[in-house]
Every structure is written in C-alpha cells, then in structure tokens.
Design a protein around this ligand. Structure first.
Ligand SMILES: [Zn+2]
Length: 131
C-alpha cells in the first residue's frame, strides 16, 4: 500500500501532505540524528506525551503546558494556547490551521520545536537540538 493511502498515520499526512521537492531536499541533507528527530516530529513518534502514552511509558497524555488536549506535535504546533507567543514569533501566527502546515517550511517548523514549542524539560529540548 502506498503511504499516501495509509488510513493511519493521520498526523504524518497533515504534516507532510504530498511529496514536496523542497521538503525532501531539506530532509536528505540532515545527518542521521537530525533526520530521526525531524521524522519523529512529523510522524508524531517523538517524546511528547501522547506517543509516550501509546508506548506505555506515560500515564497522562495531556499537554504538560495547557493540560487541555493530548500532547502531540499537531497540538503544539497549531493549537496549544501556551505557545501563542513562540508560534507568532517564529511562524507569524498565534494559531495555525492544520491545512496550512504543508505550506510552512520544515526548517521553520523544526525551529519552532527546537526553540521550546511544547518541550519543557531539558531532555526534551535536547531531543531536537541541531535539527
Ligand atoms: Zn497545550
């Protein structure tokens, strides 16, 4: 089955949309560690609470900043009310429509996560360092 027909991977579909030359070019230039981190954010398989909960490593899957929704890259990038300042500073908007994610550069998205979007603990910030 082709990836774009995969009914699961909801977040990956939102973050990556269709094949994009610029995004692909950016990703293949990353070193292995940075690429792993970038794909983790794009696919939702990173050290945010929802994924850790699915792995059985965390009981609470709510966002550690707002405690209103599940802590996912999509929530952090688009909706978390505690990230409006950082989101506006880096991405130019207080809130984002998920439909617009594919038009934002991966560099900007990963910069947002690296600069603290959603990551409170030092370990989490280190997780995305040098992406
Ligand atoms: Zn939140």
């Amino acid at each position: 089955m082709a990836w774009h027909r995969e009914p699961k991977a909801r977040q990956a579909h939102i973050f990556m949309g269709h094949w994009d030359r610029e995004r692909t070019s950016y990703l293949i230039k990353l070193n292995r560690g940075a690429l792993r981190k970038a794909i983790g954010v794009l696919a939702g398989h990173c050290k945010l609470r929802r994924h850790l909960h699915l792995l059985g490593l965390k009981k609470d899957k709510r966002c550690r900043k707002c405690e209103q929704e599940e802590e996912t890259p999509l929530h952090i990038l688009c909706f978390c009310p505690m990230e409006t300042g950082k989101r506006n500073q880096i991405l130019g908007s207080h809130f984002l429509d998920p439909k617009n994610i594919v038009s934002i550069s991966l560099r900007a998205i990963l910069h947002f996560f690296r600069e603290g979007g959603g990551f409170c603990r030092r370990d989490d910030a280190n997780y995305l360092r040098k992406v």
